[in-house]
Design a protein around this ligand. Structure first.
Ligand SMILES: C[S@@+](CC[C@H](N)C(=O)[O-])C[C@H]1O[C@@H](n2cnc3c(N)ncnc32)[C@H](O)[C@@H]1O
Length: 256
């Protein structure tokens, strides 16, 4: 399969033509419970999940970014059903991560404002790559630290250097909207863009340079753009030619 292409297609049909076990990482976000109008898409969840299982390498990773709609006071729980289906297909549910929005765009009158979506991380066996992102620790420098509780039960203390950084926790915060999600004005012609930083953080975590990053429903092209930025190969597909045009423009802007 040709690398580094953006294609207008139904991703279920496209994945049938892709090589089996060829994708290192998928970062994608499906339509949420018909929440938005994506210009006449057809959403075959089971076909997409099966296709992803087929094309993902042994040790490859799928990051499925999804939120649940509330209808008449009742959460759909679609994302939970989808996670269970991925597991039934043979994926490991490696992690259920949370993407927390720093600025919250909507409110409900009788419930707390929703500020998150899930980032389900599915793996086909043990991940081939894990390059953990780190955060600075709050306390740094030298400090008296306990060591070796002896038989007397007394904690001994010695001066030691605190770690400057630690592996991040699995709730990730992102600003959304202009200059948060992206600074590409054109991207907002798509109704549901996820933050560039979100795609970037997963690409850095689960792949190495030269790996293949796939987004079967790439919309405005956020995942392919971040793949190019970090020297990864990409394939992006979307059912809408209008969205693929936006994606092409964004990808070529980072190639310049
Ligand atoms: C939530 S949006 C993805 C947005 C994207 N992550 C971004 O940052 O722009 C979901 C996308 O799925 C696309 N889509 C829906 N069904 C599809 C299908 N069967 N094949 C390919 N794309 C599809 C829609 O056109 C829409 O752009």
């Amino acid at each position: 399969m040709e690398m580094n292409q953006l294609v207008v297609t139904n991703c279920v049909e496209f994945m049938e033509k892709m090589d089996e076990n060829s994708v290192d990482l998928t970062v994608t976000s499906p339509p949420y419970d018909n929440l938005r109008d994506y210009k006449g898409y057809s959403f075959d969840f089971e076909g997409i999940a099966k296709g992803l299982y087929r094309v993902t390498k042994e040790g490859g990773v799928v990051v499925w970014v999804v939120g649940d709609r509330t209808h008449k006071g009742n959460r759909s729980l679609t994302s939970f059903r989808q996670a269970l289906y991925f597991q039934e297909l043979g994926f490991n549910v490696h992690d259920i991560m949370i993407y927390r929005k720093k600025n919250t765009p909507f409110m409900r009158s009788n419930a707390y404002t929703n500020c998150y979506e899930f980032m389900h991380v599915f793996t086909k066996g043990k991940p081939n790559a894990f390059n953990p992102l780190t955060d600075q620790t709050v306390r740094q420098g030298m400090e008296m630290m306990p060591f070796n509780k002896g038989a007397d039960g007394v904690n001994n203390k010695a001066l030691g250097k605190l770690n400057d950084a630690k592996t991040r926790a699995n709730i990730w915060d992102y600003a959304v909207g202009m200059h948060g999600t992206t600074s590409d004005k054109i991207a907002f012609q798509h109704p549901a863009v996820f933050p560039e930083k979100l795609a970037e953080d997963h690409i850095l975590s689960w792949t190495n340079e030269g790996d293949l990053v796939f987004d079967p429903m790439c919309g405005s092209g956020t995942t392919p753009k971040m793949a190019v930025k970090h020297g990864r190969n990409y394939i992006g597909t979307d059912i809408s030619d209008e969205y693929i045009e936006i994606a092409k423009e964004r990808v070529s802007s980072i190639q310049k």
